[in-house]
Design a protein around this ligand. Structure first.
Ligand SMILES: [Mg+2]
Length: 218
């Protein structure tokens, strides 16, 4: 146990939102509302205009935050604190009871790698009762605000932990983010409800509890 076919121990790199928990029912709507309100307040816009601007930044930079930093000198720490919930988070996180036992059955070190801020990621992990199972939470601050799917954060994570990509298995719901992981030489697991997975994905699962049964492929 703990060793892949290559004889070297595996390192699991988990995305957070919609991978370790379901952010769709409560958390993402909350973050969306908060970001629109933040932009509206900052630039004195109506909700609709604020949404349009967010959308434009999202398409251009992959994140609202990056556009706000570049064009409006927004302090990223302030933006992230204001838009990511911590209060009441235990009522917003939708997790699965078996998560802890599933993670414990996966041999090797585990790291969270998220485009979300550290304070929020750690709060979610605590609610899920799995914070102690991860060696590190590599949050957006640690990528110097260069979110996935950009390779920059992946490379920083690999350097910080002195990891060869061939030892790493990235578990993610975003195919775009997995594509970068794959290009860097990591194995990939796609968390998806889709019945179709591209051939380059090493495994796809609807729920993480399937993962221990797929170890032979990873
Ligand atoms: Mg995700």
């Amino acid at each position: 146990m703990g060793f892949s076919a290559g004889g070297r121990s595996r390192v699991w790199i988990f995305d957070l939102d919609n991978t370790l928990h379901d952010a769709r029912p409560h958390i993402f709507p909350h973050i969306n509302r908060s970001m629109t309100e933040y932009v509206a307040r900052l630039l004195d816009l109506g909700a609709e205009e604020a949404d349009e601007l967010r959308d434009a930044y999202w398409k251009r930079y992959g994140a609202t935050l990056i556009g706000l930093i570049r064009h409006h000198s927004v302090d990223p720490g302030h933006f992230l604190r204001e838009t990511h919930p911590v209060l009441d988070i235990e009522r917003m996180v939708v997790g699965r009871r078996e998560l802890r036992s599933v993670l414990r059955r996966l041999p090797g070190r585990k790291i969270v790698f998220s485009n979300a801020p550290g304070h929020y990621a750690r709060a979610v992990l605590q609610v899920l009762g799995v914070g102690d199972l991860f060696d590190d939470v590599f949050s957006i601050e640690r990528t110097r605000f260069r979110p996935k799917p950009q390779a920059h954060g992946f490379v920083r994570l690999l350097h910080a932990h002195r990891l060869a990509p061939s030892r790493c298995i990235m578990v993610e719901d975003s195919l775009e983010n997995l594509r970068t992981a794959r290009r860097l030489g990591m194995k990939t697991v796609w968390v998806t409800e889709s019945n179709y997975a591209p051939a380059w994905v090493d495994a796809s699962v609807r729920q993480l509890f399937r993962l221990p049964r797929l170890l032979h492929r990873l």
